[in-house]
Design a protein around this ligand. Structure first.
Ligand code: SF4
Length: 66
């Protein structure tokens, strides 16, 4: 589900439309921090797509949390 980058960040491999999966990941992630609400893109508040640590890529996002 993730590719580990050279800088140790992780690239999510299922893209930008895997809402159910990223909600589940975020629910189990101790690093989740909600981004500013105007940056949210998912309906579920607790979602990688709404997390302060995600950085969008063209196809998906990277998780910058350590
Ligand atoms: S983006 Fe990273 S830090 Fe944020 S919830 Fe997902 S896995 Fe956790």
């Amino acid at each position: 589900m993730w590719d580990i980058m050279v800088d140790k960040t992780r690239l999510f491999l299922l893209g930008r439309d895997a809402d159910t999966v990223v909600a589940q990941i975020a629910n189990e992630c101790s690093s989740f921090v909600a981004d500013d609400e105007d940056e949210w893109v998912a309906d579920e508040e607790c979602s990688c797509y709404n997390c302060r640590y995600r950085r969008w890529t063209q196809e998906s996002f990277r998780c910058m949390a350590g």
